[in-house]
Design a binder for this molecule. Structure first.
Ligand code: ZN
Length: 266
């Protein structure tokens, strides 16, 4: 067999064998990088962020953030993740969950969250991106479209020029660490909304607050949208889809053993 042909065959096989199913929604996804490598990049980005950002010393706020984070993480059914939750002091309304379960909440988003259920909406959505491996999917897209298949592999990653490396880090959701913000696609947003609503309902937070949170947050746009909003665009469709998901989420919420309702105010 000629080398080109066998390489192509290998690639086709590689791509076909790289499609996996997303938890809770069952959607198929293209994933070219093993999850453990994604998680290792997540840990690296997490350490960078912790070095750069100021961790909040507000004990009331951090205790609420930690409680909600632990409750959402429990429902994510990933005991293999090394979950960590940190509150960062910053006016930027931002939040993220890196591959492997590193949740960062910026204090600037708390005024939109307003209560524990609003916070559970944000965390559920971000954890949804993480367990559905949207970061890994974006990274796979970057590898195919921008960087070329040769870039696959950890050795290649460490030898990459910083700009390309940053693009991959941004793809896993580490935009705050490398200063490159990559928006998620609309289908990833909808999927994260759906997973997030299920997680918050299972954890005992009133899922009706999810619809209200995105309304509050959508109104915050203005001329220069906040970071989180620019990578998580508002759309008329979103409110519509959230309302459509609500009956299923309410059913889960009504049968959950613990109910916090809206929880404490922030
Ligand atoms: Zn999102």
């Amino acid at each position: 067999m000629r080398p080109l042909k066998s390489t192509l065959l290998f690639l086709v096989f590689f791509i076909l064998s790289s499609c996996s199913s997303t938890p809770l929604t069952g959607k198929k996804a293209l994933l070219l990088v093993p999850e453990r490598e994604e998680n290792a990049m997540g840990v690296k980005a997490w350490n960078d962020i912790k070095r750069k950002e100021r961790v909040s010393r507000d004990s009331r706020i951090t205790s609420i953030v930690n409680t909600v984070g632990v409750n959402i993480a429990k429902q994510a059914a990933r005991p293999d993740f090394n979950w960590e939750i940190k509150t960062f002091e910053s006016s930027s309304p931002n939040a993220f969950c890196l591959p492997g379960g590193k949740i960062g909440i910026y204090t600037g988003i708390l005024k939109y969250a307003k209560n524990e259920a609003g916070l559970a909406t944000v965390m559920g959505h971000e954890v949804g991106h993480a367990i559905a491996r949207h970061g890994g999917q974006r990274m796979s897209q970057q590898l195919v479209t921008n960087l070329g298949m040769v870039a696959i592999g950890v050795t290649a990653f460490s030898k990459m020029p910083p700009r390309k490396r940053n693009l991959l880090m941004a793809a896993i959701g580490a935009g705050v660490a490398v200063g490159v913000m990559l928006p998620y696609s609309r289908s990833h947003e909808l999927e994260a909304d759906e997973i997030g609503m299920i997680l918050m309902a299972k954890a005992g937070y009133d899922p009706r607050e999810a619809v209200k949170f995105w309304e509050r947050f959508g109104r915050a746009g203005g001329k220069a949208p906040p970071e989180f909003l620019s990578t998580h665009p508002r759309s008329g469709k979103r409110a519509e889809r959230l309302s459509a998901m609500l009956p299923k989420a309410l059913e889960i919420y009504n049968s959950s053993r613990v109910k916090y309702g809206l929880g404490r105010s922030l």
